[in-house]
Design a protein around this ligand. Sequence first.
Ligand SMILES: [Zn+2]
Length: 313
Amino acid sequence: MIHEVLETGGSPTVERANEISERREDIKRRRALRRHFLSRAEVFRVLRDPSLDGPRREAYRGDLQMHSEWSDGSATLKDIAEACRARGYAYAAVTDHSYGLKIAGGMSMAEAAEQRRAIEQLNAAAGDGFRLLQGIEANIGADGRLDLSPAEAATFDIVLAAPHSLLRKADDQTRRLVNAIETPHVRILAHPRGRMSGSRAGVAADWDVVFRAAEQTGVALEIDGDPARQDLDFTLARQALEASCLLRSTATRTRRPSFAMPRPRWHTRGSRVSAPTGSPIAGRSTACAPGWRSRLESAGPGARPTDARAGRR
Ligand SMILES: [Zn+2]
């Protein structure tokens, strides 16, 4: 079978076994849930392609999506700040889950206030150019509303919105995502589909409409680099890019800041950190990212993303 796959990319032996299997319908369904995922081998092949000129590791100045021990991550704020500093970042945002997602240890607003004080203490103690920001990953409800009120959202430096429910429904959820994107204070639509290889297809939507809304509001779209998620996938990422959307990449569930390289999945709960390199998507994303970066940079050192975007609404 291995020879068959190596020589032809498929296995007639496996196909014959599937045909007579009682589980063939389930196999078909699961195979559909693995479509549009790049395999580890495919990713390495792309990374080795010299014609793809992506951003280098040094080009990344910060990260805007990481979970700490304050929700479902395992890293402390200090671990995150030190690891990001070691990588040469100028800023990083801790973006723990908000209170609407209890299952992921979502923070209450009282805990968020406490976390804010801890972050400010860390920044004050370090006194260098690096700045830790306080973000939040808000949960998008069925109607597209966030689990944070506008006043609550305004207390964070950066607000990400992400779907964590209705991820196995085939019904169109365009309105839900557009509502979330158009919510004041939202800066990033995180893991836009919430899909999982072999398990769930994630949100179904008219992506052209979603991307247009993101482009018009300047909301960035996350590319979740977790090999099992790849969300947005490479085809949707290209579509988003063609719609002039801002993209940002992350590698979820890594022990420490890491590139969005394929690797065996760690089973610990950990921080999620960006830093794409070399991949075709990452390469294309830089073409898109400068607007976002320059807005951050033009606001000066230590600027909060919310300050940089204050003119939006
Ligand atoms: Zn999430």
